[in-house]
Ligand binder design. Structure first.
Ligand code: DC
Length: 227
């Protein structure tokens, strides 16, 4: 059940802006819950693929979104393990293919609407760190603090490259830059909940900053809001 009184730190921004790592570190540091909303869109895409559904079919996707069987098993300092239809899809979820399918699914208003309450249900005491594209604009418009993280496309591609390398995946930097451009374009220009800062969001450019530096900056902003 959603706890509407619980404080929310909404962190939005494009892929590779460091949101995922920063949000996990922040949630661990202050003992708040974590919502990785991108993982929900990825899980929906994977569930659709499992069923052979067309990921651009709004009705089929909305119907599946309402019934989606996705379970997050939090793991400190690491990505949560994610189960879709009872199967561990943690690795598959982070693939470029799943990311691309998720971006298509996420462009469907019907699918977004169907996932709203599921996301809001993560709001529980003592608080929630919500990572996504529309956390501050749509899902938690009353968030205690809204932050929009950015970084140059070159830095975002490099970060993604390093992440994939750690997972033993070898993809060229140029390919990742192209993919980032395509996904940004789709996320920014879709008709519903496009990727953009909330009018009351703090903009933080993470280019050249370490994860610890970004976490510290966000913690300072949050402390000010909570005091
Ligand atoms: O953050 P991510 O790369 O895991 O997100 C995957 C896709 O899902 C991304 O292309 C944008 C979309 N998404 C969205 O539209 N809204 C969110 N709140 C989170 C992700």
């Amino acid at each position: 059940m959603t706890d509407w009184a619980a404080p929310v730190l909404a962190v939005d921004g494009p892929g590779g802006s460091g949101k995922g790592t920063v949000c996990r570190a922040l949630a661990d540091a202050i003992g708040w819950h974590l919502l990785d909303s991108g993982a929900i869109y990825r899980a929906l895409a994977v569930a659709a693929e499992n069923r052979g559904l067309d990921v651009d079919d709004p009705c089929a996707l909305a119907d599946l979104a309402y019934r989606l069987d996705v379970v997050f098993e939090p793991a400190p300092n690491r990505h949560s393990r994610v189960f879709v239809d009872g199967a561990d899809v943690s690795m598959r979820l982070r693939s470029e293919t799943a990311g691309d399918l998720a971006s298509r699914v996420a462009a469907l208003p019907e699918a977004r609407e169907a996932l709203l309450e599921r996301q809001r249900a993560f709001r529980k005491a003592p608080g929630l760190v919500a990572d996504g594209r529309d956390m501050g604009t749509v899902v938690f418009p009353d968030a205690t603090l809204k932050v929009f993280l950015t970084a140059t496309p070159a830095e975002r591609a490099q970060r993604r490259h390093n992440q994939l390398k750690e997972q033993g995946v070898d993809v060229s930097l140029a390919h990742l830059l192209d993919e980032i451009a395509v996904r940004d374009e789709r996320d920014r220009n879709r008709a519903i909940a496009p990727l953009k800062p909330a009018t009351d969001a703090e903009l933080v450019d993470t280019t050249g900053l370490s994860v610890d530096e970004v976490v510290e900056r966000l913690l300072n902003l949050l402390q000010k809001r909570l005091s």
